[in-house]
Design a protein around this ligand. Structure first.
Ligand code: ATP
Length: 213
């Protein structure tokens, strides 16, 4: 079997069960040998700084995936002295794995809606395939025209990984209404989030006093 590799970048502030469901659906549906979760250092596209440090977000990712086959943490962005654009990270990974290996980038439907504002976004498709986890309310008709065009023309019905890059694939995973923003708000209110994030992550953020009142 081809050693196809998936990349899942995110703020993971904190990582939650929807991220994990996405990562596993990504692994299985795109037939990936491994999915690398890449916590962002300090993303450009966020108006607000993350609430936990990059090291803490990485630690929570590692705790969350410890017993999940095929999921690994990739630390490259956490240790970078400056923020990384997705296209730069993809170029780096592509250079490491060579031209033939199928590479996949996983994004949420909300990220797809703003893809045309990402740096050198059209080049993403020359570097990787793109898998999209739809969020509740996703409607392709509302995508910016240039992104909608890619969405319509790059989907292929057959078995993935015939090529190293260039297709788009919506995950079949039903949309999950959960966000890190929501979890931070619940924690700040003192609500129970034990069904929304893995137990070791909950223990970690309690021990470090994260997201609390
Ligand atoms: P926040 O609420 O802080 O913006 P988030 O939960 O959306 O965080 P990120 O860590 O920024 O999480 O997400 C990483 C990627 O996962 C993004 O592409 C985002 O769109 C996607 N994502 C997160 N939660 C979901 C979800 N419930 N369904 C689909 N995609 C999601």
């Amino acid at each position: 079997m081809t050693h196809a590799i998936g990349l899942f970048g995110g703020t993971f502030d904190p990582i939650h069960n929807a991220h994990l469901r996405m990562a596993e659906a990504f692994r299985d549906e795109c037939r990936l040998a491994e999915v690398r979760l890449i916590p962002a250092g300090q993303p450009y596209h966020r108006a607000q700084a993350p609430h936990a440090t990059p090291e803490q977000r990485l630690a929570m990712v590692k705790l969350a995936i410890a017993d999940r086959p095929g999921l690994v943490a990739d630390e490259r962005e956490v240790h970078r002295p400056r923020p990384a654009y997705t296209v730069e990270t993809l170029e780096e990974v592509r250079a490491e794995v060579g031209a033939e290996v199928p590479l996949w980038l996983l994004i949420g439907g909300d990220s797809l809606a703003t893809l045309d504002r990402w740096r050198r976004w059209r080049e993403l498709f020359a570097l990787a395939h793109v898998a999209v986890a739809l969020r509740p309310g996703f409607d392709p008709a509302t995508l910016p025209a240039a992104v909608r065009h890619e969405w319509q023309t790059r989907q292929v019905p057959d078995f993935p990984n015939r090529t190293p890059s260039g297709t788009i694939r919506p995950l079949a995973l039903p949309p999950v209404a959960l966000s890190a923003t929501d979890i931070r708000a619940r924690l700040a209110r003192g609500d129970d989030v034990s069904t929304l994030i893995p137990a070791p992550v909950l223990a970690y953020l309690r021990a470090h006093g994260l997201y609390q009142r």
